[in-house]
Design a protein around this ligand. Structure first.
Ligand code: DC
Length: 225
């Protein structure tokens, strides 16, 4: 049986995971948050006391990492790192930086590539990340590049952090987002960039409902569901 695949790429804080999750639930597809996978690798490597930005310190740890994704009754993705549920731990603010650093290492990307493709072979998926439409699933049935202004993305991220009891100043979050955008789009290995055949959706002026409707309309136009 063949499956559908939808790739959603874009910078941090554009609403990818919230929207992809909601869209997947509406379509009955599996939602795969690939950022969570990079975060888990970053968390493991940092816990070993290694520098996430140094390839020679990161690569030796990869063989010791067993990653799995499980889906709870709620349909939400849980990340298991050597059997430990790290779903909450990988959302800590500092993990974002570690994830960005390890994701720039080609050996890390190669290590995770097959795992991501395998999920798409076995399920209809909505996969979100940075290189899904360009590298992981170049044959995706629909590619969406989801973006929003740095200002809007920082406001959203601040709210998200506040809800988790972490209060970080807006200016700090804005600077972190701008830095990560730069790092993610300027790295040599699979940089963040829009696939030529991706549809751009800018959510700066759209609320969640409106963004979801825009994506759902696109899916209906493109996929024979
Ligand atoms: O989407 P996120 O913020 O959880 O992603 C964390 C980091 O992982 C981000 O800096 C970029 C990187 N990443 C990547 O390089 N490729 C992906 N497919 C997903 C995330």
């Amino acid at each position: 049986m063949s499956h559908y695949s939808i790739a959603i790429d874009g910078p941090s804080g554009a609403g990818k995971s919230t929207l992809a999750k909601a869209l997947a639930a509406r379509l009955g597809f599996l939602y795969v948050d690939t950022g969570a996978i990079y975060r888990t690798v970053g968390l493991y490597v940092a816990r070993q006391g290694a520098d996430c930005g140094k390839e020679d310190e990161v690569l030796p740890h990869l063989p010791n990492i067993a990653l799995s994704l499980t889906y709870g009754e709620d349909g939400l993705q849980h990340m298991l790192l050597n059997g430990e549920d790290v779903t909450g731990a990988i959302r800590e603010n500092q993990v974002s930086r570690w994830a960005s650093q390890v994701s720039a290492i080609p050996g890390v990307r190669a290590f995770l590539l097959e795992m991501q493709r395998d999920l798409a072979r076995r399920h209809s998926v909505i996969m979100d990340g940075r290189d899904i439409g360009t590298v992981v699933l170049p044959q995706a049935d629909l590619k969406i590049f989801l973006t929003a202004s740095v200002e809007q993305r920082a406001i959203r991220r601040c709210k998200e952090l506040e809800e988790k009891g972490q209060s970080v100043p807006l200016e700090t979050v804005k600077a972190e987002i701008a830095q990560r955008d730069y790092d993610d789009s300027h790295r040599a290995a699979a940089p963040l960039r829009q696939a030529e055949d991706a549809v751009v959706v800018d959510t700066s002026q759209l609320n969640l409902e409106e963004s979801l409707e825009a994506l759902y309309t696109l899916v209906k136009e493109r996929l024979q569901l």
